[in-house]
Design a protein around this ligand. Structure first.
Ligand code: GLV
Ligand code: GLV
Length: 327
């Protein structure tokens, strides 16, 4: 009479094997994208589920599945979870913090470098057979070392980017966040706290690493883009919806800012068609945490949360505290 769990998307087979040694597992190794009603139906009889950022866990799904005890998200972000509804339903929510911090900070820097130095744009030019001669201003981009980076969202990943910027590239680091870092962390990251307006007006590169919420929706829209330097770049490794993609496409098309690097999009995997039309944007398909080692660690942590919670009542990286739970 083994507990049944659902693994809602394809994951590493060896992690699936670990889960299968503890539970009766229904998995989706075919990696079909299930509709909300299909997900709700597949959840029937399951006490636990492993999800990715693509599966929405909301009140309707919870109501249809009162047997559910835990959903483990294989992502640090959890805007696909209605956490208050999960708490009300007595469902433990977990994410995968820490294991992806440095890998994701690396990618933020990679996207910044690619954007400022026009790497993908110049590669497209070369591949298209347009490279016929050297010229003095060909793909001349923006300086990275020694410039000012403005980081919006100074969690663990933001701090990782700040360390790279300050210690590796001699950059001047300014940041904006809901709360200030401790003086010790500010010193370690060589980061100075500023208001959002000052950040947008003075940064040569703006890096978005803020979690998605109703408050952070369209943190960057037309008004904010208008404050930025015409030579500035914008990088979003946070979530779709933090940037107003239509407004950004317009700003890029008219040269209101120089360039953007985007790993996340409003309504992804759809990408705003106007973004696909502008050359001065680097586009990647939500891969900031995608190294083999880190994705494996994320899957393992999500699986470990299911095992420890369902066997011992303790999650490793809980997002909510349930009434009556062990402290
Ligand atoms: C990826 O976007 C994550 O939240 O881990
Ligand atoms: C968010 O959780 C982060 O690590 O920045």
């Amino acid at each position: 009479n083994q507990a049944e769990i659902l693994v809602a998307r394809a994951i590493f087979p060896e992690v699936l094997d670990v889960l299968s040694s503890h539970f009766k597992v229904e998995s989706n190794q075919a990696d079909e994208v299930w509709s909300a009603s299909e997900l709700t139906r597949r959840m029937q009889g399951k006490v636990g589920a492993l999800t990715t950022g693509s599966e929405r866990i909301d009140a309707a799904l919870l109501q249809a599945n009162p047997q559910l005890k835990i959903v483990a998200n294989m992502a640090v972000g959890f805007n696909n979870f209605d956490v208050p509804a999960m708490t009300a339903a007595g469902v433990q929510a977990t994410n995968t913090p820490d294991v992806l911090t440095e890998t994701t900070a690396d990618f933020g820097f990679a996207l910044l470098m690619a954007t400022a130095r026009r790497i993908t744009e110049s590669e497209h030019f070369l591949r298209a057979g347009k490279w016929t001669k050297w010229s003095y201003d060909m793909f001349a981009g923006a300086e990275v070392h020694g410039s000012t980076i403005g980081i919006i969202g100074m969690g663990r990943i933001g701090q990782g980017i700040a360390r790279r910027a300050a210690h590796g590239f001699g950059m001047n680091v300014i940041y904006h966040n809901r709360s200030r870092l401790s003086p010790e962390l500010e010193a370690e990251c060589k980061a100075r706290y500023v208001g959002k307006q000052e950040l947008l007006q003075t940064a040569d590169h703006v890096m978005l690493v803020v979690p998605y919420s109703a408050e952070s929706h369209h943190t960057i829209g037309a008004a904010e883009l208008a404050l930025m330097k015409p030579t500035a770049t914008l990088v979003n490794i946070a979530r779709g919806g933090i940037v107003d993609d239509a407004a950004l496409a317009k700003a890029l098309a008219v040269g209101q800012i120089a360039a953007a690097g985007l790993d996340v999009f409003e309504g992804e995997p759809q990408v705003h068609p106007d973004l696909l039309k502008v050359p001065n944007v680097v586009l990647t398909p939500h891969i900031a945490s995608a190294t083999v080692k880190t994705r494996r660690a994320m899957a393992q942590l999500a699986a470990d949360n299911l095992v420890t919670y369902l066997t011992r009542g303790q999650a490793l990286t809980p997002l909510n505290t349930l009434p009556g739970a062990a402290a």
